[in-house]
Design a protein around this ligand. Structure first.
Ligand code: TXA
Ligand code: MG
Length: 332
């Protein structure tokens, strides 16, 4: 799926005019605005219903733009860029003084990423050409309403934001399906702030050791501190595989309608209302996760049951997203 030349032109014109554009990336769809224009960036927060102190990721066309946005970039950050850009990795770096605080949530750091999607890259290149001599970055959070499931198709973006976004570039379904891995390189040794497709094992290959992970959801803290996120409107429960059938039977006796998300085949007897079969590998599971949550949310059931998934470093990102979805579900 490739937008027409005309679509790119319109997208660049909208960005230059301080308006919003929905754009595909390899992770999830983003809601983009000119990152150097605070008025444009404010429209992102308004459209999403997102608190203004949440920093945004700035998408850039290539490594050579890094120094326009960040300073004191450590050697390890350049190594990570070399290995993983364009791709699903966001680096948190010390920001240049001029970078608007609307983008950084008032922090002295900026999140940068070169996305690995041809449509996003083409838009970034054209935006840079149309902004000679100026830093050309697109600030883009995931294109969902605050706290809801991130969109992985252009249709999801329209469903989330409708009239709030004047143009959505359609780049087909996202290949990765969950948000980028975020690594903080601004405070010494790199620390993972958000797990993603680039797993601790991938990072170990560059860093020479497994990175520390500091996420609000990944760390064993009181459940109230879990940031509710990526959540369906329907309540969501995670149930261990060996308890699943008993759990579903008990729900049925109570008259509750369930939808199940599972990497195993449905039972022969006593099939619940809906069963979404997931890939059994972590990359495939992540790819399908948000679409599955969104679809099951539309089935009209009382409860979405997710069969517990394996632990282990390659599952870190999926476990993180599911925990947040459970924490935030049922609040719509
Ligand atoms: O894959 C992705 O990263 C997608 C696509 C569109 O690129 N974007 C995305 O953006 O997930 P958003 O806004 O939904 O999530 C951005 C995350 C937030 O958790 C935010 O706190 C963190 O990045 N972040 C951004 N800048 C930061 C900074 N300077 N310091 C710490 N965290 C930062
Ligand atoms: Mg988001």
């Amino acid at each position: 799926m490739t937008p027409a030349d005309e679509d790119y032109r319109r997208a660049v014109d909208l960005l230059l005019a301080g308006e919003l554009v929905g754009l595909p990336t390899e992770t999830v769809y983003g809601l983009g605005a000119d990152a150097a224009n605070p008025t444009a960036v404010a429209k992102i927060f308004a459209a999403k219903g997102r608190p203004a102190d949440h920093p945004l990721i700035v998408h850039i066309a290539g490594h050579d733009a890094v120094d326009q946005w960040a300073e004191a970039v450590p050697e390890v950050a350049w190594e990570l860029m070399e290995t993983f850009w364009p791709g699903p990795l966001t680096l948190i770096l010390k920001k240049q003084a001029w970078v608007p605080s609307t983008v950084t949530g008032g922090q002295d750091t900026v999140g940068l990423r070169v996305p690995g999607h041809p449509v996003a890259l083409e838009l970034l290149r054209r935006f840079a050409l149309a902004s000679p001599g100026k830093p050309a970055g697109i600030a883009a959070p995931s294109a969902n309403r605050f706290g809801r499931i991130s969109p992985t198709t252009a249709a999801h973006v329209a469903e989330e934001l409708g009239e709030r976004v004047p143009l959505i570039l359609d780049g087909g379904p996202c290949a990765v399906g969950i948000e980028s891995t975020i690594i903080d390189c601004s405070r010494g040794a790199p620390v993972v702030l958000r797990p993603g497709h680039i797993s601790p094992l991938h990072l170990e290959a560059v860093l020479g050791r497994l990175p520390d992970i500091e996420t609000s959801a990944g760390a064993p803290r009181v459940s109230g501190s879990l940031e509710a996120h990526y959540a369906p409107v329907t309540p969501l429960r995670m149930v261990a595989a060996d308890r699943l059938l008993d759990f579903l039977n008990a729900q049925r006796h109570r008259g509750g309608k369930c939808a199940v998300i599972s990497a195993n085949q449905p039972p022969q007897a006593g099939m619940p209302h809906a069963w979404r079969l997931m890939p059994a590998d972590p990359v495939g599971y992540a790819h399908d996760l948000y679409a599955a949550l969104r679809d099951m949310d539309h089935t009209g059931v009382d409860l979405i049951v997710v069969e517990a998934i394996p632990s282990g470093p390659e599952w870190t990102a999926v476990v993180d997203r599911l925990r947040r979805a459970v924490a935030g579900a049922g609040q719509g």
